[in-house]
Design a protein around this ligand. Sequence first.
Ligand SMILES: Cc1cc2nc3c(=O)[nH]c(=O)nc-3n(C[C@H](O)[C@H](O)[C@H](O)COP(=O)(O)OP(=O)(O)OC[C@H]3O[C@@H](n4cnc5c(N)ncnc54)[C@H](O)[C@@H]3O)c2cc1C
Length: 319
Amino acid sequence: MAEVLVLVDHVDGEVKKVTYELLTAARTLGEPSAVVVGAPGTAGKVKESLASYGAAKVYVAESDDAAGYLVTPKVDALSTVAEQASPAAVLVAATSEGKEIAGRLAVRLGSGLLVDAVGVNGDGSVDQSIFGGAFSVKSKAAKGIPVISVRPGGVEAEAADGAAEEVSVSLPAVDPAKSARITGVEPVVGGDRPELTEATIVVSGGRGVGSAEKFEVVEKLADALGAAVGASRAAVDSGYYPAQFQVGQTGKTVSPQLYVALGISGAIQHRAGMQTSKTIVAVNKDAEAPIFEIADFGVVGDLFNVAPQLTEEVAKRKG
Ligand SMILES: Cc1cc2nc3c(=O)[nH]c(=O)nc-3n(C[C@H](O)[C@H](O)[C@H](O)COP(=O)(O)OP(=O)(O)OC[C@H]3O[C@@H](n4cnc5c(N)ncnc54)[C@H](O)[C@@H]3O)c2cc1C
């Protein structure tokens, strides 16, 4: 069976959920091989969890440089392994870093690039949700080893047994003149909430929330559900919530199991970032709001009346 390379997305050896989704997607095309790039000792920390999502091999590219530079070592590792293993495809998370890696890798390999896939099919085609989610299309790379970036949350992770046989990869020396070196790292100050693009549930607030103080109503529901908090651009532009939480065309793309939109009208640019969520719940006092066109469940009502009741009910059921 053909190998399918998966770049492991991790922070200091802590594997991100999207990696398991990529390993699951890879199984539709062949046998998944995980590629770990990081500081010495990283593979030891992640090997077991990669095996539990079906990684047959784990390519290990470890060095101080691998952890000390931005995308270059990852592109180097993937292109080195791809040239040796001739895989059926290379899968990378469609995060901002992942998209850059995928683009550079496709150029190096002379391959077709498939971006932001929400599904990977056995015939090598991918599903994409385009033009703000208005169209669903299938695409196939016309040449080379397809390089595919897969949207976090696009594919549901399923556990499977893999041998996780270790193969070491030696990386070429990084040319500092051509690469961006990491000079410092600061943890995101985000409290205990899950990261927006990784979260299983996202609760977002829009201009309808009315002020930064009142965003508490969104946060309380999010915390009851163990969810991440998101915001529309209008809410961000009005200063209600920080820009890093913006969902949409010019913000983050999310694809959680459940997306709750509070006081969001559902403009096409907002929908572009959340339309592929599995279940969408909207609360809006305007029955004509376009968000109801894509909502699975809608409540026409005042969010300040509905959200606290929902929060209370969720808390009761957990307790
Ligand atoms: C190039 C470009 C890029 C953009 N990128 C993005 C993007 O990334 N993300 C994004 O979100 N937008 C983006 N936008 C902006 C987008 O077009 C909309 O303006 C924005 O999404 C509107 O945000 P909103 O729904 O919060 O506000 P509004 O459209 O003002 O809607 C507020 C909603 O709240 C409802 N409401 C008010 N009070 C209550 C209440 N008490 N209870 C219940 N409901 C209530 C109203 O009925 C209304 O439907 C972009 C626009 C452009 C031109």
